[in-house]
Design a protein around this ligand. Structure first.
Ligand SMILES: [Zn+2]
Ligand SMILES: [Zn+2]
Length: 564
């Protein structure tokens, strides 16, 4: 799109999240001092991040370049693409573009955070072209596990950049809205695609993902086989097409649908109001009324497919759900995949449900789930249609992105026109080539209760505490006379059990630590004097070294030195 005689502009693609992890997707495309943000998602914590509620992209770069931001485009309504919007809205007002359902899902959280006045939500339609600053963005329909997902065609003075969004190539989607591969092919042929960014989640999986519409008959069959049972189905609350198929199966078997869990109720209402979900009133009732019906009339649609501790399903498994008690008259269908990291939580829930006597059907037993992400044959098809000049895989762990890049090379992508980038990398598109030219801050930003930006050190401490425990070493010093006063005291939790009946070798270890600490204080206090902080550091080092050597453990050592 360069003007006659003028060198084409360069584009900088700044990756703020989603490269090297599944979650917190966020990228900024910068051309001629204008920034267009693509997605703004969060990541859910796992066992590596104890006590953390959410993980966000690092917004430093966006905040520092706030005045350049012309808008945010969301590819679809999943939390890993929209969930961090409220946090970015705290920093700046934003024009946010997306499908009605994506913006509806996003506004749930934005409204909760009372940030609606800072968000200008702009609904876009399939194939609509929108001017955002100097960018033109075309929203191309693509299939995924939430309705009305988009691939983005981003035109600017730097050429044409295509972002696939999250996608699969579902040839028989539940709502009939197929991926507009013809349009993408037309753009490739007529304009050329200078840079493609594409979803890598399933780049290690051979074959073609099963169509979403194949799940409906399986669900219907399960309901038929269990016609005398109460049915409880759990799936992602944003998976409206799955919910549609569950609802269809329920209606066909004359069951009433009872949404359970806050997001399930909210999303069903949203999707019905937007026409994304067809569910007549007479087949829907409140969970409070569930016990007024016979088991064979009931289908409960619940949240909690990932074993989230306080979700409706986890509470059922623990027999603590206030609306229903699960027993041998129930069949629970887990219509979702387990996201890596959640295996043990989901395993516990399944176990708990079995303990209650319920039958449990999950994706390992029957085809009650299919992925929303393209497998290798779909990726091959996508690359063969788009034929980009340059390609950067996105949305995946490093292995997924590497596999995706190799697949593209096998498809004929020039090796020198593809690369695997990481969070924080700035990829420049200039003169038809790409290269990593810069690095911006892209730390994990941990949100914990009311604190955002929990320091890494705190997280490290939590891990230490959870695996090694802590030891408190207490001593008092007389600063003026430079002597120690009284005894060294030691207290601990989670390290070794200290009690009157502690074994001899523990007693001996404690005595040795106390002696070593006393010796350290007595030698250091002469030089250090009244610098109690330094004294405490010496005490910690001495105690920690001895504890590690003797117990082979590294508990957190907390020195408490009182100056008298
Ligand atoms: Zn995603
Ligand atoms: Zn998604």
């Amino acid at each position: 799109m360069s003007k006659e005689g003028k060198a084409p502009a360069t584009a900088r693609v700044v990756f703020l999240g989603g490269l090297g992890e599944i979650g917190r997707n966020c990228a900024a495309i910068e051309v001629d001092d204008q920034i267009l943000i693509i997605d703004c998602g969060l990541m859910f914590p796992n066992h590596d991040t104890p006590g953390v509620d959410l993980i966000l992209p690092d917004f430093t770069y966006l905040v520092e370049n706030k005045e350049k931001v012309v808008g945010v485009v969301v590819t679809h309504g999943h939390e890993d693409h929209i969930g961090a919007l409220p946090y970015l809205l705290r920093e700046m007002k934003l024009d946010i573009y997306g499908s009605a359902i994506a913006l509806g899902l996003a506004s749930n959280r934005i409204d909760e955070a009372q940030l609606r006045p800072k968000a200008n939500l702009r609904t876009v339609a399939d194939l609509e072209k929108v001017k955002i600053g100097n960018f033109e963005v075309e929203f191309v329909p693509i299939t995924h596990s939430v309705p009305d997902s988009f691939a983005l065609v981003i035109r600017s003075a730097a050429g044409v950049i295509v972002h696939s969004g999250d996608f699969k190539i579902d040839l028989t989607p539940v709502d009939g809205r197929i991926s507009d591969l013809a349009r993408l092919g037309e753009i490739s042929r007529s304009e050329g695609i200078d840079l493609l960014l594409a979803d890598s989640t399933n780049a290690e999986e051979e074959g073609h993902s099963t169509s979403e519409s194949a799940i409906g008959p399986v669900l219907a069959q399960l309901l038929a086989v269990n016609s005398d049972k109460r049915i409880i189905v759990t799936c992602f609350a944003s998976h409206i097409h799955r919910i549609q198929q569950i609802a269809n199966a329920a209606i066909d078997s004359k069951r009433i649908i009872f949404p359970l869990g806050r997001s399930m109720g909210k999303n069903i209402a949203l999707a019905r109001s937007l026409g994304n979900l067809h569910l007549p009133d007479q087949y829907l009732d409140e969970i409070e009324n569930v016990n007024r019906y016979e088991p064979e009339q009931v289908l409960v649609l619940s949240t909690g497919s990932q074993g989230e501790p306080l979700s409706a399903l986890s509470l059922m498994a623990a027999n603590e759900n206030r609306f229903l008690k699960v027993d041998d008259g129930d069949v629970v269908i887990i219509s979702a995949d387990v996201i890596p990291g959640n295996e043990s939580a989901v395993g516990k829930v399944i176990d708990g449900l079995h303990r209650r006597g319920a039958g449990v059907i999950h994706a390992g037993i029957a085809q009650v789930h299919t992925s929303g992400h393209a497998k290798r044959d779909e990726l091959r098809l996508f690359h063969s249609i788009l034929r980009p000049k340059n390609f950067v895989p996105v949305h995946g762990e490093y292995r997924h992105m590497t596999s995706h890049m190799r697949l593209a090379i096998d498809m004929g992508q020039d090796k020198s026109h593809t690369l695997v980038a990481s969070d924080g990398d700035v990829v420049e598109l200039a003169n038809g080539n790409i290269a990593i030219v810069d690095k911006v801050p892209a730390d994990m930003l941990y949100v914990d209760g009311v604190v955002d930006g929990l320091p890494k050190a705190t997280l490290r401490d939590r891990k230490t505490l959870s695996t090694e425990g802590f030891v408190v070493v207490v001593a008092a010093v007389d600063v003026r006379n430079r002597t120690m006063v009284g005894e060294v005291e030691i207290a601990t939790r989670g390290w070794v059990h200290l009690a009157d009946d502690a074994p001899d070798h523990i007693e001996a270890l404690l005595a040795d630590i106390k002696n070593a600490v006393r010796a350290t204080i007595e030698t250091s206090i002469g030089e250090i004097g009244d610098d109690v902080d330094s004294l405490a550091r010496h005490v910690r080092t001495t105690a920690a070294k001895m504890i590690e050597k003797r117990s082979k453990m590294r508990p957190m050592v907390i020195p408490v030195i009182t100056a008298l």
